[in-house]
Design a protein around this ligand. Sequence first.
Ligand code: WQD
Length: 338
Amino acid sequence: MTRILLTGGAGYIGSHTFVALREAGFDVTILDDFSNAEPSVIDRLARLTGGPVDVVRGSVMDRDALDALFAAKPYDGVVHFAARKAVGESTERPLDYFETNIGGLTTLMQAMRAADVWRIVFSSTATVYGEPEVFPLTEDLPLSHTSPYAFTKLTCERILEQAARADPWCVGVLRYFNPVGAHSSAMIGEDPRGVPDNLMPFIAKVALGELAELQVFGDDYDTPDGTAWRDYIHVMDLADAHVRSLQALMDGRAHVLNIGTGRPISVLDMHAAYSAAAGRDLPYRIAPRRPGDVPKLYADPSRARQVLGFQAKRDLDEMCRSSWEWVQARAQGWRFNS
Ligand code: WQD
């Protein structure tokens, strides 16, 4: 059985990838410091996958803990999710982002190298394209950063590229567009702390009545309805992309890929779809643009289809419906049928 370590595996994308990897027959261990994940997710993952979850509480910045992990079990590869991910926060605390995101990667890689483990899937982001002017986005576009968060992801991509020139690293870089939605069981999903920055979790709290109204950040963009375009992708499609990425690395096929649908969705499109899922017209008002936002981000997903055979399957309605079912279940405390 192929053994995989998921750093940050208790988080939003990590937990959904855990389920997809187990369903694909992988043996999976989670390493997480639970700084941005609820411990109860482990019990819910155990229920979802029908068996105990191998989890180690710890940080990718703890070299001794990593050495002990790699000494305990011969891993075939690592999926590295563990990182700080809030764009706005990164502008306030850049050093924390450099330490965790860049220092965490190099510490992990040092421990992997010492243990002769060379396959790594890296969680990157479409914001490495900076403020693009050519669409849809292809992987060969010039890279730049508009925030310390994006700087860390871009720097990590370059570290992985440079390291592979000296040692036999086999790397899968996945540039996520906008992950949204939840597993169809409504037992796992996006679980941000405090007031969400991101669009879908914010709309979800409006739908629950926990927040009064959605602020639409700008309606003067060069799009049909004036609101910004993003490429939202269902988190279970994203999880499927990770399974396929690992399978490619097991065959020795390194890659750098956009993981998106290729379909741009506006803020008002998302508002309408979520209102339909929630069964009522959710309140919103037009607000000024958010500093740092780019007008458009959407992928050309063709290389992932060619290299991994990956294509996103779930549509906007399923993204919203699964999110709505998750946030209701979470608000009710997951009254599981016994
Ligand atoms: C989407 C659109 C907002 C909230 C960021 C990171 C990216 C990834 C996902 C980490 C934008 C608009 C939002 C609201 C709004 N993070 N919006 N009202 O900014 O595309 O991506 O989060 O991996 O790396 O860059 O996502 O969901 O914040 O915004 O109108 O209350 O929704 O202006 O156009 P974003 P988002």
